[in-house]
Design a protein around this ligand. Sequence first.
Ligand code: HEC
Length: 103
Amino acid sequence: MKLPASAFALFLALTATSVHAANLYAGQAKAAAVCSQCHGIIAPSVGAPFPSLAGRDADYLQLALKQYRDKTRVSDIMNAIAGSLTDNDIANVAAYYSKQQSQ
Ligand code: HEC
């Protein structure tokens, strides 16, 4: 049987969307397990030397994490952490933090 081209195009469109749409639940899990140790979810502990991530622009967070990952932005701590993040991890965690209410 030969599928109409439109069915194939629809299939491509659907799979592409599910791969690229950020997954907030995965982002939340990553943030809770890893990032919140230093950055907190809403805000880092008072006086802690970590930048707050909640409510920041998702594109900015993604860019920063990719720069940490490829070491064009240098930070011993963040280079090590971002080094193990996939593109999906970065998209998910950036989307999650950008949707949190900052204080
Ligand atoms: C062990 C502590 C620690 C953990 C865990 C950690 N970070 Fe960081 N993060 C830092 C520090 C310290 C900085 C500041 C680095 C600098 O500016 O040199 C930073 C900076 C950042 C920045 C840049 C913020 C800005 O204002 O430009 C982003 C984005 C970021 N972290 C995201 C994350 C994410 C997402 C995670 C979890 C996957 C994470 N961090 C886990 C310590 C940590």
